[in-house]
Unconditional design. Structure first.
Length: 105
């Protein structure tokens, strides 16, 4: 019989948050990695020190995207944050383009 991986998820609404410690335990993120992401500017921590920050759904989404980028593209923390910033800029520009396209049509 093949070994299988069973993973569990937690359903969160927009108002839910997860503590720094819970985030590390539930998502297998290292504390050092999270701190480095904050130090490199991926997001601003809500509390100082970061270990007292509660992470909302939007922050979790960004962390998972950063994790996948780093894992899949073998990026270091600086490269990961740079790619995330460029993706944010691209999203902003696409939204502005859609507004302009609606105005001229």
């Amino acid at each position: 019989m093949k070994d299988s991986l069973i993973s569990a998820g937690v359903l969160m609404d927009e108002k839910s948050s997860v503590s720094f410690t819970e985030l590390c335990k539930l998502h297998y993120f290292s504390e050092t990695w999270l701190i480095e992401l904050v130090e490199h500017g991926l997001f601003q921590p809500v509390a100082q020190p970061i270990e007292q920050t509660n992470f909302d759904c939007q922050m979790l989404h960004r962390l998972h995207a950063a994790f996948r980028l780093q894992r899949d593209l073998e990026l270091n923390v600086s490269g990961t944050v740079l790619v995330m910033e460029l993706l944010d800029q691209l999203e902003t520009l696409q939204a502005k383009l859609q507004v302009l396209q609606r105005q001229i049509s």
